[in-house]
Each structure stands twice: as structure tokens, then as C-alpha cells.
Design a protein around this ligand. Structure first.
Ligand SMILES: Nc1ncnc2c1ncn2[C@@H]1O[C@H](COP(=O)(O)OP(=O)(O)OP(=O)(O)O)[C@@H](O)[C@H]1O
Ligand SMILES: [Mg+2]
Length: 268
């Protein structure tokens, strides 16, 4: 589906008939003098799950965070190049970052619900975005909890503190919180790494359901997870994207030897 243009690392375009809602062009990220992302151009297909894989320190989180400008929060980080959201460059000073993060939501590695009720965890951001009507809030809370496959477990306890939920439930609450704002892209950085196998599989099932509505980009160290849930996989190494293709190709017939070594566990 994707094609590697020439033999150049980092520049991977989708075929022209594939709908793309997010892409980067020549994206570089520096932390001071350390260049963590070295000119990555990738396109993400709508309503698909894309996994970012690669060894520790190769720039997966840095790249993911740049997609919704979270690196802005890191003082020494500098990001150049284009981040195109529906064709518009959002890596510009004029971009309303707050509004943009409503469209490109993020879920972090460790579940980080607020010490508030389940209901308030979800309604908080909606209120800040101007939704005040109680019935609209009730409906948004219910819908997003249902989409995150948590509703049945918490519907009678919406006013319980979110920190009393299990880790897997907290992570699904964080997913519900992100999707309540109706983003169309969801970024997840190792969302299941702190979870047991049952919670992990619940989060994976949730993501598979969500891709009907959202485009999902997920960083994972879990090769089985990448091959189970993602349509596309990008292999990052030392700040470059070495290979990006349909997941089944990356896992069964990679074009590049280092990808093969990594996915088969023989790396380094
Ligand atoms: N906040 C930061 N300040 C300075 N350097 C950073 C920061 N975050 C990451 N880096 C550096 O950028 C490089 C890429 O790190 P990054 O966290 O993106 O890797 P990663 O692929 O997500 O690794 P892991 O799999 O361990 O999470 C590393 O050299 C790291 O030290
Ligand atoms: Mg990381």
C-alpha cells in the first residue's frame, strides 16, 4: 500500500488514492544539539491503526509528541518541517494549539486520570471547550465511555473517584477522555505497557473498535500487539524511519534487514 520512494530513508508516501489526514514533511526535532528526529516524511491513512516500533531512544515518542505539538512544552525542543493536518501545516506560530489538540488527542504511557470523579474526568475538558449543558455533558460522558468499552463497568459509579479504578480501567477512561472531544486522530504512547495481559487485550479491543471513527497512531514495544492491531507499521531507528509498510509485510517480508532483525528479536 505504501511505497518507499527510491531508497531514501524517511520519505514514505501512500499511493495517491489512499485518504490521508495527517502527515509530516521533513520533520526534524532537536533537543539542544541532539537531533532526535532526522527529517521524517510519513503519511497516515484515515481510519487505520499505525504502529511506531523501534528500539529504546530511537525517537518514537518524540515523533508522536510532535504530531500534536506536545514538544512545545519541552523548553529545549525545536521542531522544524511541516505537520500537515488535512493538508494544512499546523507547525506554525499562528496555529491554535489548544484547538488542534482537540482534533489530535493523546493518551500517555501510564494512565493519568485526574483525582476527580469518572464523570468529571470526561466532562472537564468539554466544559473548558464551552459545553455547559448538563444533558449534552451526560450524553458525551456516556457515549465516550461506551466507545472506550468502559460504560458497563462504571455506569452506576460515575461519581466515584477515577483513581479507584484498576489500571486497565483507568487507561480506558483516559481514552474516553480523549475521544470525548471528538478528535479524528488519536495518538497513544505505549498505552498498555503498564497493564496486565487481560487489560492489555481489552485496550487492544477498544482500539480496534475505535478505528472505525478515528485514525490511531500507537507507539508500542510489543511486537505481538503491533501485528495484532495495526494496519501499518513504521520501524524507527536512530531518529530515522527505516521502513514503513502494511503491518503484515513488515512482519513477514520486510524489505530491510535491520527491520527483519528487529521484528524477529535479533536486533543489537
Ligand atoms: N525531554 C527530553 N529532553 C531531552 N532529550 C530528550 C527528551 N526526550 C527525549 N530525548 C532524547 O531524544 C531521543 C529520543 O527519545 P524518545 O523518548 O523519543 O525515544 P523512544 O523511541 O520513545 O524511546 P523508548 O522506547 O525508550 O520510549 C533520545 O536520545 C532521548 O534521550
Ligand atoms: Mg518512548
Amino acid at each position: 500500500m505504501s511505497e518507499q520512494v527510491g531508497l531514501e530513508t524517511n520519505i514514505i508516501k501512500m499511493k495517491s488514492d489512499i485518504p490521508v489526514n495527517l502527515s509530516t514533511k521533513d520533520l526534524h526535532v532537536w533537543y539542544g544539539k541532539n537531533e532526535a528526529i532526522k527529517g521524517v516524511s510519513l503519511e497516515f491513512e484515515e481510519n487505520k491503526i499505525t504502529s511506531l516500533i523501534g528500539p529504546s531512544g530511537c525517537g518514537k515518542s518524540t515523533y508522536l509528541r510532535s504530531l500534536n505539538r506536545m514538544n512545545d512544552e519541552i523548553q529545549i525542543a525545536r521542531v522544524t518541517g511541516e505537520i500537515l493536518y488535512h493538508g494544512k501545516d499546523v507547525n506554525t506560530p499562528e496555529t491554535d494549539v489548544y484547538e488542534m489538540r482537540k482534533n489530535i488527542g493523546m493518551v500517555f504511557q501510564s494512565p493519568n486520570p485526574f483525582s476527580k470523579s469518572i464523570y468529571d474526568n470526561i466532562s472537564f475538558a468539554l466544559k473548558r471547550h464551552g459545553i455547559k449543558d448538563k444533558s449534552a455533558l451526560d450524553e458525551a460522558v456516556e457515549t465516550s465511555l461506551k466507545q472506550a468499552a468502559l460504560w458497563e463497568q462504571v455506569k452506576d459509579d460515575l461519581h466515584k473517584n477515577a483513581l479507584a479504578l484498576s489500571g486497565g480501567q483507568q487507561q480506558r477512561l483516559c481514552i474516553a477522555r480523549a475521544i470525548a472531544l471528538k478528535p479524528d486522530v488519536l495518538l497513544l504512547d505505549e498505552p498498555a505497557s503498564a497493564l496486565d495481559p487481560i487489560s492489555t487485550s481489552q485496550v487492544e479491543d477498544t482500539l480496534l473498535q475505535l478505528k472505525e471513527k478515528y485514525s490511531i497512531i500507537i507507539v508500542t514495544h510489543n511486537m505481538q500487539q503491533a501485528s495484532r492491531i495495526s494496519d501499518y507499521t513504521a520501524f524507527f531507528y536512530l531518529g530515522n524511519v527505516i521502513e514503513y509498510d502494511e503491518t503484515r509485510k513488515v512482519f513477514t517480508r520486510p524489505k530491510i534487514q535491520s527491520t527483519e532483525d528487529y521484528v524477529s528479536g535479533n536486533f543489537g
